[in-house]
Design a protein around this ligand. Structure first.
Ligand code: F0G
Length: 433
């Protein structure tokens, strides 16, 4: 198979060599997508091969990304692949969450089980492999936290220099701590995510740094494997719905591409519907999809779910296309709804970071409005681990969490630590029989 880059714009569709360092179409400025020429092995054969690789101890077979390498064949030489054994994340049923969301049952695909505890690892292993293949030494990203943590780790493994740009004061300490620990040079910039992305693009061009934001189409190839692995774990039976949080909309693009490719190649017989959920104060894609007229960026995005605090999502044209291809939709939810949904996911013994909980909050809205049937077969993608943002958790449970507008979040599922004296009898009395 041969990889090349194609402009995503319908009217353009220009093609470029896969080893060009471009992030937008040089002809029209459109987003780029990786495509392949050549013949892929039949679906049944690949399903068997991929299942057999689960028994293997070879590093690339243990990776839940490279195990599916025939679906992302952009590396001629697999020695360029850099793996921390990413992917292989579980499908976990959450009965309490299903009940809360108005569903008979609900399963979470928990991407927080990844090496740096978010779904970004699925894409980063591929983005960094492409950087290695191209001989690039320095890599950079702007991030709300998870991309930077992931890039720092994979760059460290590959021996590259990671440069990280983050919005000052707007990422959780868990994520910042990871980037520092993995040795990334970290710049805190007094600007929001969208402004810093523009800045980093200028720097990347000027200094020949390889950009690893989700505008990089090779990262999208890696994130496709989240959907592929999900179908593999479900014995190739597609659910009715896949629910995702939406920020920069790279993951939505990746899921759509994976589903289209799996259906075209006969891996699945029907398309699941994609539901994207945004935080109310940061929902430009929701607003756009209402009328599909002009895309208007939100210059001051606001949400405590900092991972999805993005006002100008670069991948919106792809996300729109993928929602149309899957008969999908977009929903938005309040800060209170995200916080409560997150606590309910916690009560399932599962837990996740705030942005991930937008999925369950969205499901609750969609079942209430009748858009999603209670008996629907639904998989919600939990994008990050519960420990990514412990400060948020402590504030919620102690009733001190405030929304960006200053209003207090009600701890409807609050669980305050109790202060007790060092006295066995008194504590026994509190606990009861
Ligand atoms: N959930 C989490 C935990 C995230 O970190 C992100 C994005 C999203 C959802 C949204 O995914 O951008 O593909 O729509 N985080 C990015 C970052 C932007 O820099 O870590 P998306």
């Amino acid at each position: 198979m041969n990889a090349y880059l194609v402009c995503f714009e319908e009217k353009c569709r220009s093609r470029f060599a896969a080893d060009l360092v471009i992030y937008n179409c040089p002809n029209c400025g459109g987003l780029l997508e990786v495509q392949y020429s050549g013949t892929q092995a039949p679906a049944d054969e690949l399903k068997r091969t991929w299942r057999e690789r689960r028994m293997s101890n070879a590093p690339l077979d243990q990776s839940g990304v490279w195990r599916y390498r025939e679906a992302i064949p952009f590396l001629e030489d697999l020695r360029h692949a850099v793996t921390l054994r990413e992917g292989s994340t579980p499908l976990l049923p959450g009965p309490q969450a299903a009940h809360y969301g108005g569903l008979d049952s609900l399963v979470f695909k928990h991407q927080g089980f990844n090496p740096t505890a978010s779904f970004k690892d699925n894409g980063m292993t591929c983005g960094v492999a492409q950087a290695v293949k191209l001989g690039r030494k320095r890599v950079a990203c702007v991030s709300t936290g998870n991309t930077s943590a992931s890039m720092a780790a994979y760059a460290a493994v590959a021996g590259l220099d990671p440069l990280i740009f983050i919005p000052n004061g707007n990422i959780s300490y868990g994520k910042l701590a990871q980037a520092l620990e993995y040795g990334a040079r970290t710049f805190q910039v007094d600007a929001n995510f969208d402004q810093i992305l523009a800045l980093v693009r200028v720097l990347a061009e000027k200094l020949g740094i390889y950009l690893l934001n989700s505008i990089n189409p090779f990262r999208i190839e890696g994130q496709k494997t989240i959907a592929i692995e999900m179908m593999d774990q479900r014995d190739w039976v597609a659910p009715d719905w896949i629910v995702l949080p939406g920020g920069n909309l790279g993951n939505t693009s990746a899921f759509g591409k994976a589903l289209r490719e799996m259906q075209a190649a006969g891996f699945i017989s029907r398309m699941p519907r994609l539901a994207v959920v945004q935080a109310e104060g940061s929902s430009p894609f929701y607003d756009y999809m209402l009328h599909k007229r002009e895309f208007k960026a939100n210059e001051h995005p606001l949400t405590l779910a900092t991972a999805i605090k993005i006002g100008d999502p670069v991948s919106w044209p792809k996300a729109r296309f993928e929602l149309e291809a899957t008969d999908g939709l977009v929903e938005r939810v309040t800060e209170q709804e995200i916080a409560d949904a997150k606590a309910v996911i916690g009560l399932c013994g599962i837990g996740c970071e705030p942005a991930s909980a937008a999925t369950l909050a969205g499901i609750r809205r969609l079942t209430a409005s009748g858009a999603m049937r209670p008996d629907a077969d639904v998989v919600a993608v939990l994008t990050g681990h519960v420990l990514k943002d412990p400060d948020y958790i402590y504030r919620y449970h102690t009733g001190t969490l405030e929304a960006p507008d200053g209003s207090r979040i009600e701890p409807r599922f609050g669980n305050k630590p109790e202060v007790v004296a060092n006295d066995a009898d008194a504590i026994a009395k509190l606990i009861g029989d």
